[in-house]
Design a protein around this ligand. Structure first.
Ligand SMILES: Nc1ncnc2c1ncn2[C@@H]1O[C@H](COP(=O)(O)OP(=O)(O)OP(=O)(O)O)[C@@H](O)[C@H]1O
Length: 590
């Protein structure tokens, strides 16, 4: 695991820079940040005044000056009130920037993840990034709040240090160290003592706490993997239940959780060691300044209780500031882990884009019909699935793609859709038209049935009448009246019903180019036939390119592209003209 080195700060800057230098929020963010810094300076000033107050107050107490002591009590109220107002405001403004920065970063990461179908390619390419959802939902939240709090904390420490070192240096002049019956003074004695104490503490803490960086990183990953494995069960609950796979799933969950458990123990042990040290360090810090100046107190009677109190307060400020890293080591370790994960995520998205740039050689053209020229479709390992495909499909033509399982039919459809990166050649379609690609398992988004039907672009006319008619036509009349109902549709509807809904979408969106990848495979032949006839009936000018295994599909297509394996292919004329006529002959008029 890397340290807080140049590379880390470069990553940090790369993630932070856009918001602070080029976002629309930058001026507000900078203004509020300046305000936070101002409030911080004010708080350090008040702390300085309070430290001086100690001397005045305790000297008044020591010399039994009641009115002066009471007066100082009022002074303290004033100082404390000012400090509280500044501290609360500082915290409010910090939170304000944290949430605004997080909103901006979240939008920007979401855009990058969705752009150029990165989310899909990260999965297809077997990219190593674990749980992108967690990177966006949790890591960005931690990143913004930790970064601001650490930066502000660091600033505050430096200013406190600057202020109180000066005071402590002056106070050091009062310290006369008795030695063999004589006394002598060391310039800046108290400053050196605070410095040695803090540096020693910081080094020991760093040594003990360093492994926590990696352990925290791994913990996040194990937790996310554990959660994800259960999410998969939820999504595939029916299949698992039918297979009776509970035991296997249970074993898998336990394995995943065992990783969480084992790593957590490592964190506990390591944290315990760190806690031993930081607690001892914190306790000794209370007594250390006393030990350092008590001998002088008894020799130099001028110091007084007030002087001693002031020294202790100033020493505590200096030591606290110097020990910023000590007290926040765990935060720093977490922060490092968060920055690392975000860097990996950004890097992976970048790599996907690079692969896209390197491998996307399939040219997209604007042609009046579907024109495939010299298309080679490959696998990531270079194997050819389709070699030099030449194909033209006119609007209103119906083409069937067949071939043995694994011959590359779905991959060819992906290449035609422009989401498969490996290959070259050209694919032409009329520009400005939105072809519709339907997979075997249609995606039904979360939301109302209306949302499901108009997914993804919405419709010009999404009135109840239009949606109801489409439902009726695809044989889903039973859902009429549930348009505003929100359900997990993909869980409650059978695959065949889901496929019918997908056909309803086609009727509603009326695309001119329809690609169906085994989109009716869950329906019986009769229902499949009805839906194909419906499409031909309602959308006679649309081209249909289907992938399917059933020979019965032949009837609804005029040509067939057969993938023969190893890149070979053959174009066949469809069912005999008579048969096709027969199939379409009994369509009811539009
Ligand atoms: N992301 C991927 N990485 C590597 N190989 C892949 C990837 N996607 C698909 N393949 C391989 O490409 C080949 C063709 O897959 P494809 O899904 O296109 O076949 P298919 O003809 O549609 O099969 P089926 O009829 O079973 O649906 C298969 O051998 C498959 O394992």
């Amino acid at each position: 695991m890397r340290q807080f080195n140049r590379e880390f700060f470069r990553d940090l800057w790369q993630i932070s820079k856009p918001y602070w230098t080029s976002s629309e929020d930058r001026w507000l963010a900078r203004g509020v940040f300046a305000l936070i810094i101002g409030l911080n300076l004010f708080m350090v000033f008040i702390s300085y005044r309070i430290t001086q107050w100690y001397a005045v107050f305790w000297n008044a107490v020591q010399h039994y000056q009641a009115s002066a002591a009471w007066q100082q009590i009022f002074v303290f109220f004033g100082l404390a009130t000012a400090y509280i107002i500044a501290a609360v405001s500082q915290s409010f403004f910090t939170e304000m920037i944290v949430i605004r920065w997080r909103r901006w970063l979240t939008h920007s990461y979401l855009d990058a993840w969705l752009a150029r179908r990165t989310y899909y390619h990260m999965q297809v390419l077997g990219d190593g990034t674990d749980n992108p959802d967690q990177r966006i939902s949790e890591d960005l939240a931690s990143f913004t709040s930790q970064t601001l709090n650490i930066v502000i904390g660091l600033f505050s420490s430096v200013v406190t240090l600057g202020t109180f070192i000066f005071m402590l240096w002056e106070l050091s002049a009062m310290i006369w160290i008795p030695f063999h019956g004589q006394t002598f003074s060391i310039p800046g004695y108290l400053v050196w003592a605070a410095l040695i104490y803090s540096v020693f503490g910081t080094i020991i803490t760093a040594l003990i706490g360093r492994p926590l960086i990696r352990l925290n990183f791994m913990q996040e990953r194990y937790q996310a993997d554990f959660r994800f494995s259960m999410m998969r069960l939820r999504e595939n609950s029916e299949s698992v239940a039918l297979y009776g796979g509970e035991e296997r799933e249970g074993k898998h969950f336990r394995q995943r959780f065992a990783e969480v458990y084992a790593n957590f123990w490592r964190i506990i042990w390591r944290s315990m060691r760190l806690n031993w040290w930081t607690s001892a360090y914190g306790q000794i810090a209370i007594i250390f300044p006393l030990v350092v100046c008590l001998p002088a107190y008894f020799v130099n009677k001028e110091i007084g209780v007030g002087g001693l109190q002031q020294i202790m307060a100033a020493f505590a400020q200096v030591q606290g500031a110097l020990s910023f890293i000590v007290s926040s080591y765990t935060t720093l370790a977490n922060w490092h882990a968060v920055v690392d994960r975000l860097r990996f995520f950004r890097q992976s998205m970048g790599e996907v884009h690079e692969i896209q740039d390197k491998h996307y050689h399939i040219e997209r053209r604007d042609t009046p019909r579907l024109e495939v020229t010299d298309l080679n479709v490959r696998l990531p390992d270079g194997r050819n699935l389709v070699n030099g495909l030449q194909l033209q499909v006119a609007p209103s033509e119906h083409l069937l793609i067949m071939g043995a399982s694994g011959s590359g039919k779905s991959t060819l459809i992906r290449a035609l859709a422009g989401i498969w990166p490996y290959g070259d050649g050209a694919v032409g379609l009329p520009a400005g038209e939105r072809p519709l690609f339907l997979p075997q398992r249609p995606y039904l988004p979360m939301g109302t049935l209306r949302d499901v039907l108009v997914y993804p672009y919405g419709l010009e006319d999404s009135s109840d009448r239009v949606l109801t008619e489409a439902l009726q036509r695809v044989g889903m009349g039973s859902l009429i009246g549930q348009l505003e109902e929100t359900r997990l549709w993909s869980h409650t509807l059978s695959l065949g019903e889901q496929q019918r809904l997908a056909f309803a979408r086609i009727l509603l969106q009326r695309p001119r180019w329809i690609f169906l990848d085994e989109a009716s495979s869950a329906l019986d032949e009769r229902a499949e036939g009805e839906l194909y006839r419906l499409l031909a009936d309602v959308l006679p000018a649309s081209a249909i390119i289907s992938v399917g295994h059933r020979s019965s599909l032949w009837r609804y297509h005029s040509r067939c592209l057969r993938l023969l394996g190893g890149g070979a292919w053959r174009l066949e004329d469809g069912a005999s003209g008579d048969e096709a006529q027969l199939a379409f002959g009994h369509l009811s008029p539009a």
